[in-house]
Design a binder for this molecule. Structure first.
Ligand code: MOS
Length: 750
């Protein structure tokens, strides 16, 4: 049993047996039997089906539609264009708060990118809606689109990511480079990526009396409710958003997008419930993507192989009308120690949808460049790349100068290297072949991701029968949040799991914060933990103030809660069950509320990150250039592990994503039309089973006393960050070729 101590004094102790257990997902049976209800599964009475019509040009104007043909089609109820769409209560072209992005809502006849929604056809059946959409036959006035990172003048963005400075600098980088014994100066390119969640974006919306009821997959129920309320001029209590499950999110379902608003507008226009589901091809446009990057890395080292300068400059792209800038260079803030570090960004405006957060936004693109450059420098110095990283290890966060709240990267290096069998790796490339004559290479990459927390809240309730529950807007997008929160919640009330229920999936519950930034477990988990703490403190007060209780006079700090019982800390034979205490006090329920957020003081004092090291083996066909990843070992330290089975699964998912980043993923734009030529899961290549070798994810023990009372850091995104670089470095080790444009294609190896 783990002792979980509340962060405030005087504190009772709670002993839980659930957190830390490798529980199988509690919602697994629902999912594999089809009983888990996803947004598009909902069919309210009177439902209409909406089909989006999206632009086939990338820039210009819509000059006409064949509205009469669509309207005349049997089953079509309404055609919504910019001419007749109901009014909005916010300007969709206003970005007034960091997370209130602009959205597409048929505001006018302008086309700003291919795939932009330009009309919606609403019908009695999906077939009629789709046929009506085909009959609309839009006519356009075309302008020349810009979709390549070299199209257009660049400028310095006002900020990067969610409001970070565009530039950071310490020391004299130019001096550090000039004085260096060796310099690496290399440019890396990463392509457009799309989220490609299994479940497409979808909405079922109905106006019921004065209420708007919405089913949609979202990573942020409370934020979604607020945004819909703003957009439709309603108070938030009149808006209900439901989302028991998501079929993947990856950042694409964090914020409100135009098509969801269009679904609700269609319901408003017709006065009936409407379902709108994006087709697979329509996911490549209005829902965000990972910006392409071109990054120049300049590193200098002295004669001892110590870094003298890191200069990381990233060119990124945004849309023609909105501001989102991938913070690709910022990964160089945290990993390596150097007297001089500079990170800068420039941006271009392109005729694409607006880029957005995509799993490990910034870190994924940035670390593949940084880790490649570091590897190249190690090779130039004739030093083992792992040793080079240890030599240049940052003991304190390089740019901010803050100490790390904890950092177990050395342990990740040691455990990962041992499991992989790194010792004995030849320094030179092209030294290893397998029995079939394939070139074999080994590479390493460092993984890092910040320990993010949002603000969250939860409500916990204990019932007189000794059972309890917690309510919060948990978002399970496949990562296992519902299971982890049930484990934290049962421990928060010191109950066995079978006496506990986690309630979530509706915006009526307290806001558990966004499932993003790998911060959901820490944020909602802490809120749940604190809500349970309130309940137990109230229960303890009932007992310790009652002369009839064996706990009388023990005080909050003198009591332990465990398995549905309170016990005296100094004499555990004196105890009482929750139900006995509540029965005597004649209370049916005890409720408590809790909040979860980063401690601002500690955050100002410490740099908080999860760390890891990924080791990859690749085999490369020397004639065909085909690369296969044949072994993958990751070792990660991310604080306290609530559920090792789910966490391993998150690491596997991240590492698989990293393999795709290095070798497969790329959305390809046709520069003539501004359209994506592989907007489908057939030709947008992501790893499938045959691409992925058996993997190992090592959970390196780490106790972070400062990150939050639970000691939890995020695990969802970090796996991507180390793996892509490790694979690229292994490809060099196998072939002697440094490929700097990703994904690595066979033809790049000759
Ligand atoms: Mo993630 S890109 O923060 O959902």
């Amino acid at each position: 049993m783990t002792e979980i101590v509340l962060s405030r004094d005087p504190a009772h102790a709670r002993h839980g047996s659930n957190a830390g257990q490798p529980l199988t997902r509690l919602d697994g049976p629902l999912k594999v039997t089809g009983r888990a209800i996803y947004a598009a599964d909902n069919r309210p009475d009177g439902l209409l089906y909406a089909a989006m019509v999206v632009s086939t040009i990338a820039r210009g104007r819509v000059v006409g539609f064949d509205v009469e043909a669509a309207r005349g089609h049997a089953g079509v109820v309404e055609v919504m264009t910019s001419e007749n769409r109901p009014p909005l209560f916010v300007n969709p072209d206003l970005h007034d708060q960091p997370f209130n992005f602009k959205f597409e809502a048929l505001q006018n006849d302008r086309v700003r990118y291919a795939g932009q929604p330009i009309a919606v056809v609403i019908a009695e059946t999906l077939e009629a809606a789709s046929e009506g959409a085909a009959l609309l036959a839009p006519r356009y006035e075309r302008e020349t689109p810009r979709v390549d990172i070299d199209d257009g003048e660049s400028f310095t963005p006002p900020f990067v990511g969610p409001g970070h400075p565009t530039k950071a600098e310490k020391g004299d980088v130019d001096h550090g480079l000039a004085a260096a014994a060796k310099v690496v100066d290399a440019t890396y390119e990463t392509p457009y990526h799309f989220h490609n969640a299994m479940e497409p974006h979808a909405i079922v919306a109905s106006f019921e009396g004065d209420r708007l009821v919405i089913d949609t997959p979202t990573q942020a129920l409370a934020f979604g409710r607020l945004r819909f309320a703003q957009i439709f001029g309603m108070t938030p209590d009149k808006v209900l958003v439901r989302c028991p499950f998501l079929g993947g999110g990856f950042g694409g379902k964090g914020l409100m997008s135009g098509p969801l608003v269009l679904g609700a507008l269609a319901a408003k226009l017709t006065g009936r419930p409407v379902k709108l589901v994006a087709t697979r091809a329509q996911l490549y446009g209005p829902f965000g993507h990972r910006s392409p990057t071109r990054q120049r890395l300049r590193l200098g080292v002295d004669g001892e192989g110590r870094l003298t300068a890191i200069d990381h400059h990233a060119r990124v792209a945004t849309s023609s009308f909105e501001d989102f800038y991938e913070p690709a260079a910022n990964v160089s803030h945290t990993l390596y120690s150097s007297p001089a570090i500079r990170t800068t960004h420039e941006a271009v405006r392109l005729d694409t949808g607006t880029p957005m957060f995509v799993r490990a936004p910034g870190e994924a693109s940035g670390s593949i460049a940084l880790e490649s450059a570091i590897d190249e420098m190690a090779a130039n110095c004739g030093v083992d790349p792992l040793q080079f990283r240890l030599t240049n290890y940052a003991e304190t966060e390089p740019i901010s100068g803050k100490p790390f709240s904890s950092k177990a990267l050395r342990e990740c290096f040691a455990e990962g290297a041992k499991a992989f069998g790194w010792a004995g790796r030849p320094l030179q490339p092209r030294q290893m072949r397998d029995r079939d004559g394939l070139l074999v290479g080994w590479g390493v990459g460092v993984a890092t991701f910040p320990a993010v927390m949002f603000a969250g809240a939860a409500r916990a309730v204990l019932r007189a029968d000794g059972s309890g529950y917690v309510e919060t807007t948990a978002h399970d997008m496949g990562q296992g949040a519902l299971t982890a929160f049930a484990q934290i919640g049962a421990d928060a009330l010191a109950l066995p799991l079978d006496k506990f229920e986690l309630r979530s999936g509706t915006s009526d519950f307290p806001d558990g914060g966004m499932a993003g930034g790998s911060g959901h477990t820490a944020t909602a988990g802490l809120a749940i933990h604190n809500a349970g703490g309130e309940v137990i403190a109230r229960l303890i007060a009932l007992a310790t103030n009652d002369a009839r209780s064996p706990l009388y006079g023990a005080g909050n700090a003198g009591v332990i809660a465990r398995e549905g019982k309170l016990l005296r800390r100094d004499d555990e034979t004196r105890s009482e069950s929750y139900s006995a205490i509540m029965a005597r006090a004649e209370v049916a329920e005890i409720a408590g509320e809790g909040k979860g957020a980063a401690d601002a003081g500690l955050k100002a004092q410490y740099a908080m990150h999860a760390h890891g090291a990924v080791f990859a083996e690749v085999k490369v066909d020397p004639e065909l250039g085909m690369v296969r990843v044949t072994r993958l070992v990751g070792a990660f330290a991310a604080g306290r592990i609530i559920n090792p089975k789910l966490v391993r699964s998150q690491y596997f998912g991240g590492m698989i994503w990293g393999v795709g980043f290095a070798l497969q993923e790329e959305a390809i734009y046709d520069r003539r039309t501004g359209r994506i030529v592989n907007a489908d899961l057939g030709e947008y290549r992501i790893p499938t089973n045959a691409d992925i070798p058996p993997m190992q994810a090592i959970l390196v023990e780490e106790r972070d006393p400062f990150v939050n009372a639970l000691g939890v850091k995020g695990v969802g995104e970090i796996g991507v960050t180390g793996t892509a670089g490790a694979v690229a470095n292994a490809v060099w080790h196998a072939t002697g070729v440094r490929v700097r444009r990703f994904p690595i294609r066979p033809e790049a190896l000759f």
